[in-house]
Ligand binder design. Structure first.
Ligand SMILES: [Zn+2]
Length: 219
């Protein structure tokens, strides 16, 4: 997956699996930070990581304590949601934004170094749970993401079939399941995928083609 760097300051490593009492819970109730803290001075512009739509805006709740600043969430067409916390948003809900477009400024913080706390959610409805989050360190941060088209080409020929499900058609229907396959592998016999006039059958081939397509289009 590719995304536009939200700040022009140096990016450190994410603290995704770092225990955090205020963090996102796993299925056993253990909580983790589940985010990348990207440091920049207060007032610094924050840019959208992806082309998408603003789905939530919360104004700043002040500049002190552990819960400071406001929140801005941008959803990409394929469903991933970029959640930026400790920011002062400059956009409104429903507003389309381009990758690299300024959407907020970094909130000043009186109690420590100002930073954006960035979470990446698999889907908006999945909420604040570790299982719904992607480690920001697995993203390729590149300004080329601004030019990445959505949907990627040839989507009309894409079909994904798994036993027991109706066939998914096109990028919008297939992308979530494809990411799942790329992440977890596939064991379903009887699976198939079609692409540009070709058809591949069997779990192993479907998983291979899926990974190839996600990689090829930076998804
Ligand atoms: Zn944080």
């Amino acid at each position: 997956m590719q995304a536009y760097p939200i700040l022009d300051t140096p990016r450190g490593r994410s603290a995704f699996r770092y225990p955090d009492p205020d963090g996102a819970p796993d299925d056993d109730g253990r909580r983790y930070h589940a985010a990348l803290d990207w440091f920049a001075p207060g007032g610094h512009p924050v840019r959208s990581a992806v082309a998408g739509v603003v789905v939530e805006v919360k104004p700043s709740r002040g500049t002190t304590g552990q819960v400071f600043g406001g929140t801005c969430k941008v959803r990409a067409p394929a469903g991933l949601v970029y959640v930026m916390r400790h920011v002062a948003p400059h956009v409104v809900v429903g507003q389309p934004v381009a990758a690299g477009q300024r959407v907020a400024i970094v909130s000043p913080w009186a109690d420590g170094p100002a930073h954006v706390h960035l979470e990446i959610w698999r889907e908006l409805a999945g909420g604040y749970r570790l299982a719904n989050m992607i480690d920001p360190d697995t993203i390729t941060w590149t300004t080329a993401a601004a030019a990445a088209p959505w949907p990627p080409p040839f989507g009309g020929s894409l079909r994904l079939g798994l036993p027991g499900h109706p066939v998914w058609r096109g990028w919008d229907e297939c992308i979530g399941r494809m990411r799942n396959i790329a992440r977890n592998g596939l064991e379903a016999p009887g699976a198939f995928i079609t692409w540009r006039g070709h058809r591949w059958d069997g779990a192993r081939q479907v998983a291979g083609v899926t990974r190839h397509l996600l990689d090829k289009y930076g998804l």
